[in-house]
Design a protein around this ligand. Structure first.
Ligand code: HEC
Length: 424
């Protein structure tokens, strides 16, 4: 694993200015191997006929009984778990105030296995092999096979368990399990997987630890129709979300979840592209993000700022200053992300396009949000005046844009999104 220790220009911890290119980066490497050892089986050759017979008896009679007991035990535990009832758009409970499904007695430490059996086994399988009883549109991860695509550190796995994986059936447990239960189940699934080493030492891979990271550089094209963006900004949050913007007009390019970014040019002058590593969860479409009287208006970048664990990007539109943050968010347990825009000044008459990759179809209001659907994604916006495919910004104040990528319609309906029942 490579950890970036000192950075200048390319990585920002704190305020930064506009237009500074990436420069050199110092790093150190620590790769730990953990070779498996195979114990010798040679002593088997000295087995007597009697001991072989004893073994057969054990295998044929005792083993099935033990296996039956294990399966029965796991089955009854998995049954306790029905997903928590979702109330439509109530303020989401936070992990610290919500009791978990398994409420531990004060002095009994939480058992990761118990939390796992109650909340995860139905999809990931009792043994962690990925074969649960739940019917899913894709396989849940096999923990026995290792290879966590979102990273296998405690922190990476915890992010996935807290926030879910947008666009997949993997739910976010932040409102369901308390922190000790999440930590316990993370340790449990981590132990199920074989030890791995990070073989990729050819390029500089950046990780986000306990502070967000802002990195500037060229971003790859998102499709054949596009040229690479020479001046991009990537903001990596401590929740595993990576938000990419164009520097020129502060347009949101993509939102990813998972690992942060690799740079192959770290000895060069910053001309080659950054390689964002997370899984693409949202692509906001090509419509200009802001318009006034039907005409696009261009934002100009002020800079980025990190306060505690929050990174913000600041920009101006004619008459108004905007500070924007993005974070992983769940609606009920549906995984997604939320952008919040704080406006100061006068935003009267400015419209924000609903960030969907195909024409947004309005769904109406549910809870405090106005909702749209487009392609596979659902967007809820609160704080603005809804139009057909855009909202009028409030004069000042805040506006929240909640994106639920690839949300399953039935689950979204259950979470309070006003979707019509499908005619069958
Ligand atoms: C409703 C089914 C479901 C439940 C319940 C569920 N998962 Fe998942 N989980 C999935 C699916 C599906 C994926 C694979 C998503 C993908 O395609 O990337 C996944 C992926 C993951 C990953 C990502 C591994 C990686 O690639 O990095 C982790 C970690 C994980 N689950 C942990 C848990 C834990 C811990 C629980 C219980 C607290 C849990 N899951 C409950 C369906 C589920």
């Amino acid at each position: 694993m490579i950890r970036v220790v000192g950075a200048d220009g390319g990585i920002r911890h704190g305020h930064d200015d506009i237009g500074r290119g990436p420069t050199t980066i110092g790093g150190d490497r620590a790769v730990a191997g953990n070779p498996l050892s195979f114990s010798s089986m040679a002593h088997q050759s000295s087995m007597t006929v009697k001991s072989i017979l004893m073994n057969i008896v054990c295998v044929l009679i005792i083993a099935p009984i033990v296996a039956g007991l294990i399966v029965w035990g796991a089955w009854t535990m998995a049954d306790i778990n029905s997903p928590p009832g979702l109330a439509p758009d109530i303020p989401l409970p936070s992990a610290t105030t919500t009791s978990s499904i398994i409420r531990p007695a004060p002095h009994i430490p939480v058992s990761g296995r118990t939390v796992y059996m109650a909340n995860c086994a139905k999809c990931h399988g009792v043994t962690g092999d990925g074969n649960g009883t739940e019917q899913l549109d894709r396989p849940a991860r096999s923990f026995l096979a290792g290879g966590f695509s979102f990273g296998n550190t405690n922190q990476a796995i915890r992010r996935v368990v807290q926030h879910g994986i947008a666009g997949t059936p993997m739910p976010g447990f932040v409102g369901v399990l308390n922190r000790p239960s999440i930590d316990a189940v993370v340790a449990y699934v981590r132990k199920l997987s074989p030890p791995t080493i990070d073989a990729d030492t050819s390029a500089a891979t950046y990780y986000v630890d306990d502070r967000p990271v802002v990195i500037r550089g060229a971003l790859p094209a998102r499709g054949e129709w596009e040229d690479p963006q020479p001046r991009g900004i990537l903001i990596g949050g401590t929740d595993g979300l990576t938000v990419a913007y164009d520097s020129d007009d502060v347009r949101l390019r993509t939102v990813r979840q998972g690992a942060f970014v690799r740079r192959t040019d770290w000895e060069g002058r910053g001309g080659t592209e950054l390689e964002p590593l997370g899984q693409l969860i949202h692509f906001p479409g090509a419509a200009p993000p802001f318009t006034k009287n039907g005409r696009p208006i261009k934002a100009s970048l002020r800079g980025t700022a990190i306060t505690g664990t929050t990174a913000a990007i600041r920009y101006t539109l004619p008459g108004v200053e905007i500070e924007e943050t993005a974070a992983a968010a769940t609606h009920g347990t549906l995984p997604g992300y939320r952008r919040t825009l704080w406006l100061t000044g006068n935003a009267t008459g400015i419209e924000l396009a609903v960030p969907l990759s195909s024409t947004p179809e309005p769904l109406g209001r549910g809870g405090q949000y106005d909702w749209w659907i487009g392609g596979q994604d659902i967007v809820g916006i609160r704080g603005g005046q809804p139009g057909a495919a855009s909202v009028h910004l409030p004069t000042d104040g805040t506006i929240d844009i909640l994106v639920l990528p690839g949300a399953d319609p039935a689950a979204a309906r259950q979470a309070g999104v006003p979707l019509l029942e499908e005619a069958s």
